[in-house]
Design a protein around this ligand. Structure first.
Ligand code: DBV
Length: 257
């Protein structure tokens, strides 16, 4: 990045960042909602660091893009580029709790050991068909279409299950030309499909009553607390930027409800 970003709505652009086209697409798709910047303190808008050994040090950039809209409390992208070390886009859309909407979640992670890719529309209250049925009906056909072209990502912890939908697309694929092709042919269109469905749901969403909103808020808080406590990026971010910065980033920016 040549110029320092001054607010969270300015596009993030990181040289050679694998996930740049994904974020660019999402920012463009969200324009229909007239986004405003979401407040993000300077030290999280863009942070440089380093990793690796003294003899073989890798430059690290972590940047945050974020916005809010009338129906979306916080839309935020955590973007990490560390060359051979890591390349990550973690993208979460948090609706206001006054709408019966799921979260949009994408975790696109490239590590030296391979790609680890997750996409989902995640419920705030999973045991509630009013909340889930209209989403899952439309999500499952997309899921069925894309998952058959991807290897299974393997088991996820039982304690995480309340936070996933049955349309949780989850895969691990090797680095190299074949993996790159899968990212391009399957992950990219799947990301666009999931986001496009999400945008349709947001457009159609109408405000709920106060009791319902309180229920949704409790569910959202449970989800956020879980994500902040279990954030799988904690180790990586602490290595890159220190644990003090990382804890504050997780609690004050990434999962701030
Ligand atoms: N994950 C985050 C944030 C990240 C991030 C904010 C800023 O929630 C990255 C970055 N995820 C990240 C990294 C790893 C994972 C793993 C770096 C690898 C950790 C490592 O191996 O060192 C999906 N992400 C994972 C795992 C799962 C998910 C199941 C494996 C966990 C493990 O093996 O312990 N994350 C999970 C999920 C969503 C999500 C379902 C939403 C769709 O964001």
């Amino acid at each position: 990045m040549s110029l320092k970003r001054t607010n969270s709505l300015e596009p993030v652009s990181i040289a050679n960042w694998r996930w740049q086209p994904f974020l660019d697409h999402a920012i463009k798709a969200l324009e229909t909602f007239n986004p405003e910047p979401y407040p993000v303190a300077d030290q999280y808008l863009e942070r440089k660091g380093s990793a690796g050994s003294k003899a073989n040090s890798i430059a690290v950039t972590t940047a945050t893009w974020a916005c809010k809209t009338k129906k979306l409390r916080q839309v935020r992208a955590a973007c990490v580029e560390a060359g051979q070390g890591a390349s990550v886009l973690n993208f979460v859309i948090n609706p206001f709790h006054t709408y019966d909407l799921p979260f949009f979640g994408a975790d696109l992670v490239t590590l030296p050991s391979g790609h680890l890719l997750a996409l989902d529309l995640q419920p705030a209250i999973k045991e509630d068909p009013v909340h889930t049925k209209p989403v899952w009906e439309r999500l499952l056909p997309l899921y069925e279409q894309w998952k058959q072209r991807l290897p299974d990502g393997g088991p996820i912890p039982d304690e995480a299950k309340p936070y996933f939908s049955p349309g949780f697309l989850w895969t691990r694929i090797p680095l190299g030309p074949e993996g790159d092709q899968l990212v391009e042919d399957v992950i990219q269109p799947a990301f666009k499909d999931y986001l496009s469905l999400y945008i349709d749901l947001v457009m159609a969403a109408e405000e709920t009553n106060e009791d319902r909103a309180q229920l949704l808020l409790q569910g959202q808080k449970r989800y956020m607390t879980y994500r902040a406590e279990k954030d799988p990026a904690r180790g990586m971010l602490s290595r890159f930027h220190g644990s003090e910065w990382t804890e504050a980033y997780i609690h004050e920016v990434l999962f701030d409800l």
